[in-house]
Design a protein around this ligand. Structure first.
Ligand code: SF4
Length: 433
């Protein structure tokens, strides 16, 4: 069987490189649906992955009533509904808007904000970046120019533990201590006051847009800019954001009380380094929160509802959810609902793209072929070389091959032998990737 499989050159995706874009991005949104083989797809941006308890119910209802009854959690902690029927876009938009999930029709696709999901819950971070995410979202939606960002441009807000810094943010904020943050853009960084951090992140996006316009290459992301584009994070000092707002400890937006037209104080940091840390393991997070993973990144409507009651739910970039207000006593119920609640679960760290039958490009039903195994490196199953939704950092690449079978990190493996091959790839020491 091995001999029958033709060798296919399938390098894993390389880091971004400068490129010329001829058109705007076609990223799906909640209002711009994407047509797939299994119906229409809607991608709902959830800054910091946050859903109120009521929004959890609305999303589950929408999936049941309008889609295929499931909710996919993306690698940015957003939610996707699939299997949507022709002509249901207006009804979906009305449902989402009524629940407060569509605060801006013009900016809905640019609300790409990932924040450390355990911030404020387990005492490990230097600041509650979840509050920063809310303020940044308010500012983003209030800035008309920000609608020109691409649907792929990403803000990453890390509370200092380094769990989300590896997600490839275009603008990355890192909390240093309760009063200070570092703002990273294009390989350079400036130190800003924590109180100014969300404002500084938005200013950095504006600096990027100015550089992209000047370069004229239509870049969607920072890594696509040519080297001589003149991107300089210190330019945030010249951006005036006339909106004056803050998110208080109660989560409410406050306006007034400060002259937001004053320049940002931003001091350059030589040779900045991004902290790197592991994602929180499935299980309890502090005394009153639980982190669970969705099997293969997809929740049924019933599984989403099983997260309730909760003070709030935060969908995570690791395709799971942090249930705020849930103590360890909820673990067995969430386990019974089919969610991954332990780090030693054989499905922990296993993800897959849509594959067949939902995606016409796929060579296999990768979700059906994915196998559980001994936990180790994350593993991602892909139906074609695009490898949609693959993890960041080090991971095992399982790619459907023409003619059947798979390539595990480039080595041909028959489908029937996937389990041992994937286990070996996830657990064996590796020197180079
Ligand atoms: S990786 Fe390929 S097969 Fe999988 S969802 Fe993306 S385009 Fe489709």
């Amino acid at each position: 069987m091995l001999a029958a499989m033709p060798p296919v050159p399938t390098p894993k995706p390389a880091p971004g490189a400068p490129r010329v874009r001829e058109r705007g991005d076609a990223c799906p949104g909640a209002l711009r649906l994407h047509s797939a083989d299994d119906g229409h797809l809607a991608r709902l941006r959830l800054p910091a992955g946050r859903l109120t308890a009521r929004q959890v119910g609305v999303l589950a209802d929408a999936a049941e009533a309008l889609g295929d009854g499931r909710i996919s959690v993306t690698s940015r902690g957003n939610a996707e509904l699939r299997g949507l029927a022709d002509g249901c876009g207006a009804e979906l938009a009305a449902l989402l808007a009524e629940a407060g999930l569509l605060p801006s029709a013009t900016h809905e696709r640019v609300r790409n904000i990932v924040a450390s999901p355990a911030a404020g819950l387990d005492g490990l971070g230097a600041a509650d970046v979840q509050l920063w995410a809310r303020e940044l979202d308010e500012r983003l939606c209030a800035a008309p120019w920000a609608a020109a960002l691409s649907g792929r441009f990403l803000f990453v807000l890390d509370d200092g533990r380094g769990d989300v810094t590896g997600l490839g943010g275009d603008v990355t904020l890192v909390a240093v201590d309760p009063r200070t943050a570092l703002l990273h853009l294009g390989g350079r960084a400036v130190r800003v006051a924590a109180a100014d951090a969300p404002r500084a992140a938005l200013a950095a996006a504006r600096v990027f847009l100015s550089a992209a316009r000047a370069a004229g290459t239509g870049a969607w992301r920072v890594r696509e800019l040519p080297e001589d584009a003149g991107l300089d994070v210190r330019d945030v000092r010249d951006v005036r954001d006339v909106r004056d707002m803050r998110v208080g400890r109660d989560g409410q937006v406050e306006r007034g009380g400060r002259d937001a037209r004053e320049a940002l104080v931003a001091e350059e940091v030589p040779e900045p380094v991004l902290p790197q840390g592991p994602p929180p393991a499935p299980g309890p997070l502090g005394p009153a929160a639980l982190h669970v993973l969705a099997p293969l990144g997809r929740l049924t409507a019933a599984q989403l509802l099983a997260l309730l009651p909760a003070d709030e739910v935060r969908l995570t970039p690791w395709r799971g959810a942090v249930v705020v207000g849930a103590g360890p006593d909820r673990t067995s119920a969430l386990d019974a609902a089919g969610l991954i609640t332990r780090p030693d679960s054989p499905w922990a760290g296993v993800s897959a793209c849509t594959g067949r039958p939902g995606c016409a490009k796929s060579l296999a039903d990768v979700r059906a072929d994915a196998v559980p195994g001994r936990p180790g490196l994350p593993v991602h199953y892909s139906g074609c070389e695009r490898r949609c939704g693959h993890p960041h950092g080090d991971w095992v690449d399982v790619l459907a091959a023409p003619g059947g079978g798979y390539l595990v990190d480039g080595a041909p493996v028959p489908r029937t032998d996937l389990a041992p091959a994937v286990t070996t790839a996830r657990t064996a020491p590796r020197t180079t990737r």
